[in-house]
Design a protein around this ligand. Structure first.
Ligand code: LLP
Length: 437
């Protein structure tokens, strides 16, 4: 949970920093990341595995949730590895100081360039499909006469056929999914691997995201162990790791009730342990790759309120200086958020309003029907739970510069991402000679 309090000026304070002062210093909109709560979430995962799983374990941070140097550096310093899905995320993890042996590369259409980069960097590659498997095998064979060659470390991503209840766009474990090998293909894949130049260390599955039920993750061990056992018994492939993906949900609004990190880890550990003990196999190294539940609740976005419009008998719109470009989740997934007015934390909730973004789209509504105290132009609206899939999915729609991000801890703040400038927006534009005037 966020280290947030109301200070003596009745302002919201995060990590010991007055949010209004942060906005004055760094501008608006502003992502504010609470370092202590991010470190705490990392420790909760680590401690829970130490307590509930007898075998080895490794938590990877799914950096798609927020890939930037500071976040990758913090999670690495807490002993986490990093799950990456592009060359850009690999570069970010490496530059942040992550150990290549703890970088796992995912993706359902990795380019040759990305695969070569991952191989050169000694990352583990989570292979998604036949095309990729064959490409990697070819790349490995091409390099196999180099003295320093060692067989690429890979894992296989399987579609586990486990359904979960979350938004359709973020379900991935059901059979009709674009990710991973279909279960029917697995024997042929194992046969191919047993003849290949690749070093397959285990299998991976991911069910979906923002999941509140525990059952799907309880069941995943039972599905994975069958394939794990088959590989060893029939194909001479001796695996040592299984990765059960991420997906634990977080509380965005009061009515959300996700399990705790410890409950989730306890459940997956029990499921995997039972499955492997029943199969008479030693416990594998157990990996998981949470994104949202590590970083989601550790960040807020501060916006400045502009004007308002009242549609008689229907609603009042209150506008802010950002919207779908810095947080595309409401327009994409109808996601809900909680917010406060940081200037008047103790004030009574006196109105129901709709928070509208500044983009040229009617759908650019950040929060529908929220209860707030009286609001004035210039007030600071703080939206909670914006650490995951906000900055990482931000765009420059309508040519808005991306906001800055700061990290706060013990009353100190430091910039972790600079605000884009107007000039930055033109940096990649080219004007051909014939169009110049
Ligand atoms: N591992 C794999 C293979 C994944 O595809 C994902 C998320 C994760 C781990 C991390 O899942 P998490 O622990 O964060 O739930 N943009 C959407 C979420 C997309 C999730 C994609 N994959 C959103 O804003 O809700």
């Amino acid at each position: 949970p966020l280290t947030a309090v109301v200070n003596s000026h009745d302002h919201l304070e995060i990590g010991g920093c007055d949010v209004l002062e942060l906005v004055q210093q760094y501008g608006s909109p502003l992502y504010i990341l609470d370092e202590v709560s991010l470190r705490t979430a990392c420790q909760q995962y680590r401690d829970a595995f130490a307590k509930h799983y007898q075998g080895q374990s490794q938590v990877l941070y799914a950096s798609k949730a927020w890939s930037c140097l500071a976040v990758c550096a913090i999670v690495s310093s807490e002993g986490l590895g990093i799950d990456v899905v592009s060359a850009g995320e690999i570069l970010t993890a490496l530059r942040a100081g992550a150990s290549p042996s703890l970088i796992y590369f995912h993706g359902n259409n990795k380019s040759i360039d990305e695969l070569s980069y991952a191989l050169e960097s000694s990352c583990t590659i989570v292979v998604d499909n036949w095309h990729e498997l064959k490409t990697l095998d070819r790349l490995a064979k091409e390099q196999s006469d180099i003295v320093s060659f060692h067989a690429p470390r890979i894992m296989l991503r399987l579609t586990p056929g486990i359904e979960c209840h979350t938004h359709e766009y973020i379900q991935t474990g059901h059979i009709d999914s674009k990710f991973g090998f279909d279960p029917n293909e697995i024997p042929a894949v194992f046969a191919f691997l047993s003849e290949s130049s690749l070093n397959c260390i285990g299998i991976h599955a991911h069910i979906g995201s923002q999941i509140f039920e525990l059952q799907p993750h309880q069941d995943i061990g039972g599905v994975m162990v069958q394939w794990y056992a088959l590989a060893g018994e029939k194909y001479g492939l001796h695996f040592s790791e299984i990765n059960i993906g991420g997906g634990l949900g977080i509380r965005y609004v009061e009515s959300d009730d996700p399990p705790s990190i410890e409950e989730w880890v306890k459940t997956v550990s029990a499921g995997v342990t039972e499955a492997f003990v029943t199969a008479g196999l030693p416990l594998p190294k157990l990996l998981c790759e949470p994104g949202r539940s590590l970083v989601g609740s550790t960040c807020v976005t501060a916006y400045t309120i502009g004007g308002r419009k009242t549609v008689p008998d229907i609603r009042t719109y209150v506008t802010i200086d950002g919207g779908m470009s810095d947080n595309p989740r409401p327009i994409t997934y109808q996601s809900k958020y909680r917010a406060v007015i940081a200037d008047r934390m103790g004030a009574a909730l006196s109105q129901t309003v709709t928070i509208a973004g500044k983009h040229c789209e009617s759908g650019d509504i950040l929060i529908k029907d929220i209860q707030l105290p009286e609001t004035n132009a210039g007030d600071t609206l703080v939206v909670f739970g914006t650490g995951a899939y906000n900055y990482s999915m931000a765009s420059n729609y309508n040519r808005l510069p991306k906001p800055a991000a700061v990290i706060v801890e013990g009353g100190e703040s430091s910039l972790i991402i600079k605000r884009e400038t107007r000039e930055d927006l033109l940096r990649q534009d080219c004007l051909p000679e014939k169009l110049r005037r």
